[in-house]
Design a protein around this ligand. Structure first.
Ligand code: SF4
Length: 510
């Protein structure tokens, strides 16, 4: 048992739903208790789809458990086929149904339905949503795709886009355009937008573009083995990665077509003088491994940030995450426990967090701005406007996303110089955060008597030192406080004076 308030990922059958909902002409019969239909809301509300997911639930209740739950499953399966007439059906169990062991796959196979029935084995107590999506897509490809004659023109498949994916809709549009410029047509984009019939034609493509390893890698590997299709390894997030991706695609396709990067503004925006104050900003990055790893490179190489923390919640990608963190000389944080993430952020004292909606909440509590770069996300990260994060337009979008939460250069200056101002003071926070009126500036309390001794293992701040600390802008004050305390403890000092503060500053500046 594990006490959990927030989870980064849902159970694996939600991953299977993401694949089913992404596709057309496919139906999912899910053996699940009454109430599991809550998952429909993820698609109809968060992603704002205008139709119900293609999922039939058996919705058994307590009184059914003494009777024939297997019969209930068979009836649901037959009804789903009769009503929706899909090209193929996937069947599986949710966590509760897994316990009653009705074997939906075996049951459906004996029914003699006139369409392919693909059984899913998703271990709900060991694995999560990302695995569920990857495994489901793999099983569909394994069942339906096979070697074929290659298309006459150079084509590729795009793999991994799903329903409820972070910016999948626009990433795929952006990359499809990029491939088109390179003279490469998309054979099948799957699962997003594909039908089971499309899946049967995947073997025609010359190679595969794997955009989301979390949800498409198993299928990509399978197609490499069975259809001899190589697949791309670079995920085109950021300008550098997009250029590397183009090179990779050129190697795989032989294309020499030039690329028009006129629309790429991010490189000039980051070089323009207004971006100087971004240099060295300390950022903490956490999310799914693919986005977190790509954003670490964008942060360091394209924005000039200092990456102060890096991690992911999906253990399946622990190995590449560790390798990258090593390159950044960081200890990676691989956990799905948000409390651990919160502790790590508190310890690193970054000036900005790049994370998921969970990190947004953490940032709010700690008073640290946050830019959202990965699932899980709230409804506002399924925006109406075109907002890819991949390709050149994606780089533009990311620049804006990363700059918005930060205090602008001029304001940073004002906050530093006019600390007592009624408008630009620390308590009022950055002007673009929230619409509250400035809090009244409290009168300084009368200095109390200096504490005499500190409890063992703790250091106390003398009032002068505390006042001096307040001169440091609020977004770096936490780090200055922590560094000074660590320095003091290292020196065996129990009371921090103004001198200690400056000694610590000099010590860390070395
Ligand atoms: S079956 Fe699983 S997903 Fe459904 S309510 Fe129970 S624990 Fe939640």
């Amino acid at each position: 048992m594990k006490l959990t308030v927030w989870t980064y990922e849902g159970p694996p059958h939600v991953g299977a739903m993401r694949v089913a909902t992404a596709m057309k002409g496919l139906h999912y019969v899910l053996h699940a208790p009454q109430g599991d239909t809550y998952a429909d809301l993820l698609f109809t509300m968060i992603e704002r789809r205008d139709h119900r997911p293609p999922v039939t639930y058996t919705t058994f209740q307590a009184r059914d458990l003494g009777a024939d739950t297997a019969g209930l499953f068979r009836t649901a399966c037959q009804d789903a086929y009769d009503r929706f007439k899909p090209e193929a059906i996937i069947v599986g169990a949710s966590c509760t149904a897994e316990l009653i062991q009705d074997d939906p796959g075996g049951l459906a196979e004996t029914m003699g339905l006139p369409v392919p029935v693909i059984a899913l084995e998703l271990p709900s107590y060991q694995r999560k949503e990302g695995f569920g999506a990857d495994e489901t897509f793999y099983q569909i490809v394994r069942a339906l795709a096979g070697p074929m004659e290659r298309s006459e023109r150079v084509t590729c498949n795009i793999l991994g886009g799903t329903a409820l994916g972070f910016r999948h809709r626009d990433d795929i549009a952006e990359i499809t355009n990029l491939l088109y410029e390179l003279g490469i047509e998309v054979n099948v984009c799957a699962p997003l937008g594909a039908t089971p019939t499309d899946i049967t034609k995947m073997g025609r493509a010359h190679f595969n573009v794997l955009l989301y390893p979390e949800t498409g890698e198993a299928a990509a590997r399978h197609l490499e083995t069975t259809c001899g299709q190589p697949y791309t390894r670079v995920v085109p997030i950021g300008t550098g990665a997009t250029r590397a991706f183009i090179e990779e695609v050129r190697t795989l396709s032989g294309s020499t077509a030039p690329i028009d990067d006129q629309g790429l503004r991010q490189t000039w925006w980051t070089r323009s003088v207004d971006s100087i104050y971004l240099t060295g900003k300390r950022v903490f990055i956490f999310g799914d491994a693919t986005h977190a790893m790509a954003m670490a490179k964008v942060a360091r190489d394209e924005m000039g940030f200092e990456v102060a923390g890096l991690g992911c919640y999906n253990r399946e990608f622990a190995r590449p995450m560790r390798a990258l963190a090593k390159e950044f000389e960081l200890e990676p944080l691989i956990t799905d426990d948000y409390l651990e993430v919160e502790r790590a952020i508190e310890a690193a004292q970054p000036e900005m967090i790049m994370g998921t909606q969970m990190e947004r909440h953490i940032g709010k509590r700690l008073g640290i701005p946050c830019a959202v770069i990965s699932s899980p996300v709230h409804v506002q990260d399924f925006p109406a406007r075109y907002s890819p994060v991949m390709g050149f337009e994606g780089a533009n979008v990311l620049f804006d996303t990363l700059v918005h939460p930060l205090v602008m250069g001029l304001e940073e200056h004002l906050l530093h110089m006019f600390r007592e101002d009624f408008e630009f003071n620390d308590a009022a926070g950055p002007s673009h955060h929230g619409g509250h009126a400035p809090k009244p500036v409290e009168k300084a309390p009368a200095p109390a008597a200096e504490p005499e001794t500190a409890p063992a293992g703790e250091v106390v701040w003398l009032h002068d030192a505390e006042r001096e600390l307040k001169k440091i802008p609020f977004f770096v004050r936490g780090k200055a406080r922590r560094n000074t305390e660590t320095f003091a403890m290292g020196q065996g000092i129990t009371e921090i004076s103004v001198d200690t503060l400056y000694e610590a500053k000099a010590h860390y500046a070395r």
